[in-house]
Design a protein around this ligand. Structure first.
Ligand SMILES: C[C@](O)(CO)[C@H](O)COP(=O)(O)OP(=O)(O)OC[C@H]1O[C@@H](n2ccc(N)nc2=O)[C@H](O)[C@@H]1O
Ligand SMILES: Nc1ncnc2c1ncn2[C@@H]1O[C@H](COP(=O)(O)OP(=O)(O)OP(=O)(O)O)[C@@H](O)[C@H]1O
Length: 300
């Protein structure tokens, strides 16, 4: 086989509950991930060494050196297999960069699946999941997709069956936010408020809404403990969220660490209308409609 292509989705967090800061610098989470139909494609081609090239709308914001998460993933896989392998990784980027939608994690997951295939390693999914967890907290979910609860740093996953398809609109922001900076801002706000940080708990009503496919209830129960921090760092996101609610979104939330804003719509038609209203009124400059849940990293 001389080349392999893998498609990997973006995510939104429908519940993101952040526990106290741990000694290792991470936070324990209850993180309900939901994969949505915005996809990066990662192609792996036979080569002597491991290289990366990035194409698409956001390509100029993505590093092509050894810090690229797809390169790091391919290297980690080769190391796990105990041999030196090469692959030219070609990424077609549609997921916003540093947008809180796990774009880099998607490329890492895509590279794991593509190189496992290209190099004929035949490693089982569990091995890929273990390597993924070492690469980043969101990478295992990018492999798995669907809807799932993440605990620990977010890397320990349990799949959640959902009762239907949910329709979303994403408002993309100018410029990204660093995930570490948003977590640090969350800690700073908590320290300033001298608030006790409770151990994160799964929201049972949200679980029920996902299970029955009840978009109204899901919209009412979306929650994100990083939202206050993201809004502090990017105050201009608050009016965008308000505009979405005014235009009938069932729920409006910052996606993960932001700055992308996510709006839950009633159905596909409502999502299209909502996306149009947000751009027509200037509340958002770019919107994307998408649905979830969708599969994780998949060979095409
Ligand atoms: C905000 C989310 O996207 C929600 O799914 C994730 O929690 C972030 O996952 P990620 O981007 O894969 O993050 P990682 O690469 O693992 O970690 C980046 C940085 O985010 C912070 N971090 C991340 C995950 C976590 N449970 N606690 C943290 O405090 C740490 O400062 C860490 O150094
Ligand atoms: N393949 C990649 N795609 C995007 N960014 C990458 C990639 N590899 C490394 N990066 C770096 O990682 C940083 C974070 O990018 P990413 O798109 O993963 O953020 P994010 O979507 O906010 O992540 P998350 O939602 O998982 O917290 C970028 O600013 C970029 O410098």
């Amino acid at each position: 086989m001389s080349s392999v292509t893998v498609r990997v989705p973006a995510k939104v967090n429908v519940q993101l509950s952040v526990g106290p800061l741990r000694e290792d610098g991470y936070h324990d989470l209850v993180n309900v991930f939901h994969a949505v139909s915005i996809f990066d494609e990662v192609m792996a081609k036979e080569s002597e060494s491991i290289t990366v090239a990035v194409h698409g709308k956001w390509s100029d914001q993505v590093p092509v050196d050894d810090s690229n998460l797809a390169i790091r993933a391919a290297r980690a896989l080769a190391k796990h297999a105990g041999r030196t392998y090469g692959a030219d990784l070609i990424i077609q980027k549609a997921i916003p960069v540093a947008g809180g939608m796990a774009g880099g994690s998607a490329d890492a997951a895509g590279a794991l699946v593509a190189c496992n295939e290209l190099w004929g390693l035949g490693l089982p999914f569990e091995d890929l999941m273990e390597i993924a967890g070492d690469l980043g907290s969101d990478v295992p979910f990018s492999l798995l997709g669907g809807t799932a609860v993440g605990t620990g740093r977010g890397e320990q996953l349990s799949e959640l069956p959902t009762g239907g398809t949910f329709h979303w609109v994403f408002a993309l922001a100018n410029g990204g936010l660093s995930t570490a900076t948003v977590y640090a801002e969350c800690d700073r706000l908590r320290e300033a408020a001298a608030a006790d940080v409770p151990w994160p708990q799964l929201d049972d009503t949200l679980m029920e809404a996902l299970g029955t496919g009840d978009a109204y209830s899901l919209g009412a129960h979306l929650s994100n403990d990083l939202q206050a921090a993201a809004l502090n760092l990017r105050p201009e996101l608050a009016p965008t969220l308000d505009a979405g609610r005014q235009h009938g979104a069932l729920g409006a939330i910052v996606s993960g660490s932001g700055p992308t804003c996510a709006f839950l719509a009633i159905d596909a038609t409502h999502a299209r209308d909502l996306a149009q209203s947000l751009t027509a009124t200037g509340a958002a400059h770019t919107t994307v409609a998408a649905h979830g849940p969708v599969h994780g990293a998949t060979l095409v």
